[in-house]
Design a protein around this ligand. Sequence first.
Ligand code: HEC
Length: 105
Amino acid sequence: MRNRVLFAAIALGLGLAAARPVSAAEPDPAHGRVLAQRLCVSCHVVEGAGTDAAPTLAALAREKSDASLRLATASPHHAYMPPLDLSQPDIGDLVAYLRTLRRHP
Ligand code: HEC
């Protein structure tokens, strides 16, 4: 009986994992780019456009680890950057986009 319950729990877990949409599991840098161009250009340069109120996103992407990019995007901890209240998938997409900037000057 105990085994049967365990089996049911595992089957349910596998079913849920399979049902999970790909977009939730894999960050989408193209969407992150759209978000950055909408939310970050008022202070950071994003691919040549924006202001010099803050370091360019490309420079930050090269300087910072993935963890600090995620932290800064999820909960800005300095005075000038406003809380952006982004969802977890949006944060993942933004960080995925920032990582692509490391390949560009
Ligand atoms: C209102 C202006 C403003 C907006 C909007 C803004 N930032 Fe910033 N951000 C700043 C400033 C200013 C700094 C540098 C602060 C410093 O040097 O301490 C900064 C720093 C950062 C850092 C580095 C943080 C660290 O660990 O030192 C990251 C990463 C970053 N911003 C990402 C983003 C992203 C991604 C967006 C858009 C989703 C964004 N910022 C939107 C002003 C802004």
